[in-house]
Design a binder for this molecule. Structure first.
Ligand code: AHR
Length: 321
């Protein structure tokens, strides 16, 4: 059934007043403004590729902007999309808060907003139409469950260090929450250090070096990294101290990118919780539906699983990112 949602009212007024509602012309293509977080990880590169491939001509006209991990850049991009009167805005917000004003501007202009990958924390949820992405809380829980199973029969204390993602981002907030929810049920585990590595390899390495320095070589049993890139950076830091990653320090991370499978195959990473970046096809369908006025679910999840070292060699050839 096709209904006119609330956000379309200003657009209908604009159309009745003789405006086209978009910069596109008469070819039927949907003009989409997409603001990406940046290029901080292997995951993000695969995500950008998937989005660009799926929102391609002739069905779409894509205006792509790279926010370089800065909220101010993303806000500028959204304002520029509004000024250009694109048909739909889609974006992956670098952090959760601080979007109310610009999203209210998009709503006032009658431009529907589709959140991709990451959530926003806004007072009025009607400021966006839908969010497509992973269940980050569940990913944190999965990492903790894997660690608990891996430590079966082992006595405590088990000292854990955590490399968080970008401060204030939905995946960092939610993965911390899900991980703690589960790990705190097992008193053997103690989170002794937790700091942001900004989802990058370079920062993951630096922060892990600082953890090792602060804790001493033999006082870290487990690393939980919010993404594979930080885990790969940390693996280098661990090796440089003469320790064996995956053995002396057990490591679980999140994403499931090829680099993580290679590290697992080499025995240096113990497990990765999948976070699927290939959102492009589902995003394209949502954009089409939203533009056509079809009522879509407020939240669309992506299916994911957990991979361990013993599965890495068999799974690697079929990984698509
Ligand atoms: O929002 C998804 C997260 O962002 C991925 O886990 C991480 O690799 C990326 O930078």
């Amino acid at each position: 059934m096709i209904r006119i949602p609330g956000w379309m009212a200003p657009l209908c007024i604009a159309v009745l007043a003789g405006c086209s509602g978009g910069p596109g012309g008469d070819d039927g293509a949907v003009t989409v403004g997409f603001s990406q977080v940046g290029a901080e990880s292997e995951w993000r590169t695969a995500n950008t590729r998937s989005i660009k491939e799926s929102l391609a001509e002739p069905a779409f006209r894509l205006k792509f902007s790279d926010g370089q991990q800065k909220q101010e850049n993303q806000i500028k991009a959204l304002r520029s999309f509004i000024a250009q009167r694109v048909d739909v805005i889609a974006f992956s917000p670098v952090v959760e808060t601080g979007w109310d004003t610009v999203l209210a501007e998009a709503k006032a202009a009658g431009i529907p907003v589709v959140l991709t990958d990451r959530a926003v924390d806004v007072a009025d949820e009607s400021l966006y139409v839908t969010l497509i992405g992973s269940d980050f809380v569940e990913e944190g829980r999965r990492a903790a469950r894997w660690l608990m199973a891996d430590a079966a029969g082992r006595s405590g204390p088990i000292r854990v260090v955590e490399l968080q993602g970008t401060v204030g981002s939905a995946p960092a907030n939610d993965r911390m929450r899900g991980f703690r929810e589960v790990i705190e049920q097992d008193t053997r585990f103690q989170i002794v250090r937790s700091q942001s590595g900004d989802f990058t390899r370079a920062r993951g390495k630096e922060v892990m070096e600082a953890f090792i320095k602060a804790e001493g070589q033999c006082r870290i049993d487990v690393l939980f990294a919010h993404n594979d890139d930080m885990a790969i950076g940390a693996i280098q830091a661990i090796e440089e101290t003469g320790l064996k990653p995956g053995e002396d320090i057990r490591i679980v991370s999140i994403d499931g990118v090829k680099g993580a499978f290679e590290a697992m195959k080499a025995g240096k990473l113990n497990a990765t919780v999948e976070c699927n970046p290939l959102l492009g096809p589902q995003l394209a369908q949502l954009v089409r539906d939203v533009h056509a006025g079809v009522v879509v679910p407020k939240r669309v999840f992506v299916e994911e699983s957990v991979f361990t070292r013993d599965q890495a060699a068999a799974a690697l050839p079929s990984r698509r990112y």
